[in-house]
Design a protein around this ligand. Structure first.
Ligand code: SF4
Length: 251
């Protein structure tokens, strides 16, 4: 066999065709489990390469623009790949600048995805500062729903989720079946440590949001992100003091 051991003979395209006509999502769930087992020791480039081949190129990257780590990895494997950025209307100027710099510097197609309502329209309908009164609803309206609509054309999405980021991500796998969205979720750096991330960024000159150097290791909306001490949990600045740790995209 000339193919690498992590390659799977059955592509997602074939399985999507059979699943829609015969057995729902079971086959895709199984494929994700098999791919996850076979890709356990693969590099991030190999994982993305498998996803690109298995989906016939119908993949995208999602990015918060904290850095361009996964964008850099994906652009090397599939130049021109779509990068989805959820433009909530509450981002730091530095994050929007990073988005624009990514679009200019990398061989990717950045897609800016906005919610159905602008911030002022949401304020008129639901009252001001929804993020302070009901952050789960705010995230649902401004992140979760827009992402689900943006992901509809694809068969897999690539994320920068890493197991060590939060307790709720400890069980994340390299390849997962995303039941809610009925598509494959690919996490090529899921097992990477922060030291590995830093080393790749340094070695490859990866673009990083300037806020990271100002104490923001994890960056979300400006209304819900605080700087943290150097030795603190990197995500402790997100929704600080509310008990909320995830926006709902990965849960
Ligand atoms: Fe709203 Fe804050 Fe969620 Fe942004 S992070 S969508 S402002 S609750």
């Amino acid at each position: 066999m000339t193919q690498r051991s992590y390659r799977l003979r059955v592509t997602l395209s074939e399985l999507f065709m059979t699943s829609f006509t015969h057995s729902g999502s079971t086959d895709l769930d199984l494929l994700a489990q098999r791919a996850n087992a076979n890709l356990a020791d693969a590099t991030a480039h190999e994982i993305i390469g498998w996803a690109a081949e298995a989906t016939g190129g119908r993949i995208c990257v999602t990015s918060s623009m904290t850095d361009a780590l996964v964008i850099d990895l994906a652009a090397r494997v599939q130049p021109g790949i779509d990068v989805i950025f959820l433009d909530t209307g509450y981002h730091f100027a530095e994050t929007l600048g990073t988005r624009d710099a990514v679009a200019a510097m990398y061989a990717v197609n950045v897609i800016n995805v906005a919610p159905a309502r602008t911030v002022s329209e949401q304020d008129r309908h639901l009252g001001p500062r929804l993020f302070g009164r009901n952050p789960d609803l705010c995230c649902h309206l401004r992140k979760v729903i827009p992402l689900e609509q943006a992901l509809a054309p694809y068969r897999a999405w690539i994320t920068g989720v890493r197991r060590e980021e939060t307790a709720s991500r400890h069980g994340s796998q390299v390849v997962e079946w995303d039941r809610r969205r009925k598509m494959i979720k690919v996490n090529p750096v899921v097992g990477w440590s922060q030291a590995q991330v830093d080393a790749y960024i340094e070695a490859n000159g990866v673009l990083v949001n300037p806020l990271v150097a100002q104490g923001y290791p994890s960056i979300g909306c400006s209304t819900c992100t605080l700087p943290v001490q150097a030795d603190a949990d990197p995500r402790s600045g997100r929704w600080a003091g509310t008990g909320k740790t995830e926006c709902g995209l990965h849960t």
